[in-house]
Design a protein around this ligand. Structure first.
Ligand code: MAN
Length: 523
């Protein structure tokens, strides 16, 4: 409770004289700053009780320029309370409630000038003029809504038609789906049956193929063993069953740094760091490394990355070097022979895949059954996807009377100096720079977000492309009544938060404007 002293009270007498007892110009007498609806709470014949119920004071304390009530209700006509509310009647225009701090502050806030009563000449009453303008504007809006609501009815009709069609399509698709599923099941049975037969007839081919493969592997192993033993024996010049560094040094391929001689270190690298290698270790460890090097030297094998680097001349030179290193070089051509042999083998095995007439017939039938099954499966998937889309659309909120339904998918563009914006109704909003570059998503259809009494006046598009170092972009679309559907402005009031004004007859509603009018009392 505000503490009041007699001195304070005394200092306010002058103001009491001018403002407390003065009654507002209106049919119903009430203290200054009090609205018609609250007049009954200020009765001069009774003590005044603060609105919050915390105190009851003599009526003479009302508007005495001293704040007695916590809620400021005892000072509606002065600026004594920081939370006081001053009401101006504004006869001829709209009434207004102001923070009472604006009372007698030298600024005319109310069109009737009553907030500046301490200086009666400061403000001119312009309520009639403003009221006239406001009424003309209200009239224009009402007429617009009236004309637009005719178009809105058309949109409602279109919307309902579209939804009915979608519902019919859905029924048809459900039927198609069960038909397609039946076909799919039949095709699956047929496919399984033919695949079983195919498996049966191909078994003998597969087994032959396996055998062939195994035979080839065994042959390769044997050739490799023969080849590696031959090389080992050739290098083992003292026939002691071990290859020493000196014995191996004659093999020029070990000269990895190409300085014209094979160093001990270069050889050791191939011997896994040892001074010598016995036959077993040579076969299992050294030979697998050595063989590709030999082949490379002979120009029969090149690693992927070296293929483009090695010129023919180099390969020839290397070959010659290698020839000089060994005696009995004819035997070294065995690698080349082996490769040619291998190629022929492959051709033979490919050819062996051609089946006899009876088998080929079954393979063809199974392939056809597989193709038909895949088609049937795809058809079911496509129908299911159409059903999902239609269901999604049918669940969308297109307004109280489906007035927005026919606009779903319609796109509208708006250009400013820098960007072209595109709104695709109930889908997405995008932005494209006029200087080129990718389209930027400013949000996907989210929900209606207007106030409780006007839900369909605001659309929200959310989860657009993330803002650099920030949240994802969002767009708020304010939906206004007009005779044509178009975007009238786009702004970005905060970074990556876009605001669009969309006008459309779908938002023209006769009843909403009449509601608006009746909500302003005391005009
Ligand atoms: C782009 C546009 C702008 C946005 C910035 C944020 O330039 O999408 O609208 O403000 O990115 O970095």
């Amino acid at each position: 409770m505000v503490c009041k002293t007699w001195i304070d009270r005394f200092s306010s007498y002058f103001v009491i004289f001018c403002s407390v007892i003065i009654f507002a110009q209106s049919d119903v007498p009430r203290p200054r700053g009090v609205s018609l609806s609250k007049a009954s709470l200020y009765l001069p014949t009774k003590d005044f009780t603060c609105f919050d119920g915390t105190a009851t004071i003599p009526f003479s304390y009302v508007n005495d320029d001293y704040c007695d009530c916590f809620d400021g209700s005892d000072e509606p006509g002065t600026s004594a309370c920081i939370n006081g509310v001053f009401h101006c009647t504004n006869a001829g225009h709209r009434p207004q409630n102001l923070p009472s701090s604006r009372v007698n502050d030298g600024v005319c806030d109310c069109c009737d000038g009553t907030d500046e009563y301490a200086n009666p000449t400061a403000c001119t009453n312009i309520c009639e003029e403003l009221g006239k303008e406001a009424r003309a504007e209200a009239q224009r809006v009402a007429e617009l809504h009236k004309a637009g609501s005719q178009l809105r009815i058309d949109l409602i009709e279109k919307g309902n038609k579209k939804r009915n069609e979608m519902a019919e399509q859905l029924t048809q698709l459900e039927k198609d789906k069960s038909e397609a599923e039946k076909i799919k099941a039949e095709k699956e049975l047929l496919k399984n049956d033919l695949e079983m037969k195919e498996n049966e007839v191909l078994k003998v081919y597969r087994e032959a193929e396996e055998l062939e493969k195994q035979k080839k592997l065994d042959q390769e192993k044997e050739t490799n063993l023969k080849e590696s033993t031959e090389h080992f024996n050739r290098f083992d010049s003292n026939n002691d069953g071990e290859l020493s560094i000196d014995e191996i040094k004659v093999v020029n391929v070990f000269d990895r740094n190409k300085d014209g001689q094979v160093d001990d270190d270069e050889v050791k690298m191939f011997l896994g760091g040892d001074e010598k290698v016995d036959k077993d270790a040579f076969l299992s460890t050294t030979w697998p490394i050595l063989k590709p090097l030999l082949m490379m030297e002979q120009g029969m094998f090149k690693p992927e990355d070296a293929k483009t680097d090695t010129t023919e001349t180099e390969a020839e030179e290397n070959h010659e070097e290698l020839d000089a290193d060994f005696e009995g070089n004819e035997e070294d051509n065995s690698d080349l022979d082996l490769q040619e042999e291998h190629e022929e083998d492959e051709t033979v095995s490919e050819q062996s895949k051609s089946y006899n007439d009876e088998t080929q017939k079954i393979v063809d039938q199974a392939s056809e059954a597989r193709r038909q099954y895949t088609d049937a499966e795809r058809t079911v998937r496509e129908i299911e996807s159409n059903i999902r889309n239609i269901k999604q659309n049918l669940e969308k909120d297109y307004g109280l009377e489906q007035e927005f339904a026919s606009l779903d998918g319609d796109c509208f563009e708006y250009e400013d100096k820098e960007y072209v914006y595109k709104l695709c109704m109930f889908q997405k909003v995008t932005q494209k720079s006029k200087n080129g570059g990718m389209e930027v998503g400013l949000g996907n259809w989210g929900e209606w977000a207007g106030p409780e009494n006007n839900k369909y006046s605001v659309m929200k598009y959310t989860n657009g492309i993330a803002c650099w170092n920030g949240p994802s972009r969002t767009t708020t679309v304010n939906v206004n009544c007009d005779l044509e559907t178009k975007i009238t402005s786009v702004t970005e009031p905060f970074r990556c938060e876009y605001k669009m004004e969309l006008s459309t007859p779908a938002a023209c509603d006769d009843s909403s404007t009449s509601q608006e009018h009746t909500s302003h009392d005391e005009l």
